[in-house]
Design a protein around this ligand. Structure first.
Ligand SMILES: Cc1cc2nc3c(=O)[nH]c(=O)nc-3n(C[C@H](O)[C@H](O)[C@H](O)COP(=O)(O)O)c2cc1C
Length: 191
């Protein structure tokens, strides 16, 4: 008998490889793997994902007219039950890579069948920021909360790393890393 495995997709929205977002996403994925899930990670900066053109052609076709890496990424996301989305806080918001990626979800909101990409998915946010006040992430959390509710996905939890300015700072934050791992482990458990 084949055992059904949870698939977890890590999506890193920072261009800094080995940076705080990358480490946090890896740590959540590590927890998920320990709990028996199959994990995969992509760096948005490695992919070609153009910003939305607001042509609204997707409204009729359910497809974006831009031929880049987004369609393939959406296919992978479809097969994963848990998404770990990491973005550094840039100007109280998400990184440009993360925002472009999110805007491209727009093509999949028009048809019931396409909306299944999002429905019931569990999302974990991984958010490092230079400021020591974790409230710096409030707009990003709020944005995801509303956007995920709109597409019927579940914001399972967030891990915030405040005061993580330099590359790798988060490595010296054991409490944050513990939370990241715990979130990963918990998210893949079936209710
Ligand atoms: C363009 C830019 C804007 C930033 N804006 C903020 C900000 O508004 N608040 C903050 O706390 N940190 C800000 N930072 C700091 C980053 O959030 C911080 O360095 C974070 O650890 C970067 O994550 P990374 O290592 O994954 O790239 C900014 C960094 C950059 C490059």
């Amino acid at each position: 008998m084949t055992r059904w495995k949870r698939q977890v997709m890590g999506i890193v929205g920072s261009p800094r490889k080995g940076g705080n977002t990358d480490i946090l996403v890896d740590t959540v994925l590590q927890g998920a793997r320990e709990a028996g899930a199959e994990v995969e990670k992509i760096m948005l900066a490695d992919l070609k994902i153009a910003p939305c053109l607001a042509c609204y052609r997707c409204r009729k076709s359910g497809r974006c007219i831009q031929r880049d890496d987004m369609a393939r990424l959406l296919e992978k996301m479809k097969k994963s039950q848990v998404w770990v989305i990491g973005t550094p806080i840039y100007w109280w918001g998400p990184s440009a890579q993360t925002k472009a990626f999110m805007d491209r979800w727009f093509a999949k909101i028009w048809r019931k069948t396409d909306l299944r990409i999002f429905e019931g998915k569990r999302i974990i946010l991984a958010l490092p920021m230079g400021e020591s006040n974790p409230k710096t992430a409030r707009h990003v959390i709020g944005m995801f909360k509303d956007a995920l509710a709109y597409v019927s996905a579940e914001l399972y939890g967030s891990v915030l790393a405040a005061g993580a300015y330099e590359k790798g700072n988060v490595r010296s934050m054991p409490k944050v890393l513990r939370r990241a791992r715990r979130l990963g482990r918990g998210a893949v458990k079936l209710d």
